[in-house]
Design a protein around this ligand. Structure first.
Ligand code: ITT
Length: 193
């Protein structure tokens, strides 16, 4: 089964396809012309906006992932603005480290909202996934993408970027959300929905 992944971020496609290996599902990029305006106020809003935009140009099963880093001491920032917090991934990390300088409460979490749309254009399922942690004092690690080098995992001295891909995929916000989608799809398949 092929599902359009409503994203322009190749890191999401790579991670999600690694997670579904052996399930018979393959995620593919949307057709040309996918360029949604993510002007929602929540991860859920933006996930729905992206899923609908990809469905409009594909009319097939479509899944969107809207995700980001939420830092308690910054009132949840960068949150839905995670991809736009500065010009480049490194500048986004630098901005967070700068804003967190001298702050003791460093708790944070990654959040992911996935929306699944069926070929008729109906919303089949919406799921959330969360991964708890905190912001490191300095970046470390080379794996993953985005804010992974400054995200210290809860009860661990490692950042997300110090995990191998398969280790990240067992605990990430994205893998938790995807597990909900896969469970839904396998139940639906058994009931031939
Ligand atoms: P699409 O909207 O095209 O899917 P995007 O990267 O702009 O791609 P989002 O709007 O969902 O996606 O923003 C997600 C940002 O949050 C992403 O660019 C990273 O900066 C950050 N992020 C999300 N998941 C992450 C992860 O697993 N590790 C590190 N950073 C992550």
């Amino acid at each position: 089964m092929k599902i359009v992944l409503a994203t322009s971020n190749p890191n999401k496609v790579r991670e999600i396809n690694e997670m579904v290996q052996g399930t018979g599902i393959e995620f593919i990029l949307p057709p040309e012309g996918f360029d949604p305006v993510e002007d929602g106020e929540t991860f859920e809003d933006n996930s729905l906006i992206k899923a609908r935009a990809a469905w409009e140009i594909s009319h097939t099963w479509t899944l969107a992932d809207d995700s980001g880093l939420c830092i308690d001491a910054l009132d949840g920032a960068p949150g839905i603005y995670s991809a736009r917090y500065a010009e480049t991934p490194q500048k986004r990390i630098d901005r967070v480290l700068e804003e967190m300088s001298g702050i003791k409460n460093r708790t944070a979490h990654f959040e992911c909202c996935m929306t699944l749309i069926n070929p008729a254009g109906g919303v089949e399922k919406v799921v959330q996934g969360v991964c708890e942690g905190s912001i490191a004092l300095k970046q470390s690690g080379i794996h993953g993408f985005g804010y992974d080098p400054i995200f210290l995992l809860k009860d661990s001295d490692k950042t997300m970027a110090e995990l191998e891909d398969d280790e990240k995929n067992k605990i990430s916000h994205r893998s938790k959300a995807l597990a909900g989608i896969l469970k839904y799809l396998s139940t639906a398949a058994k009931q031939s929905i």
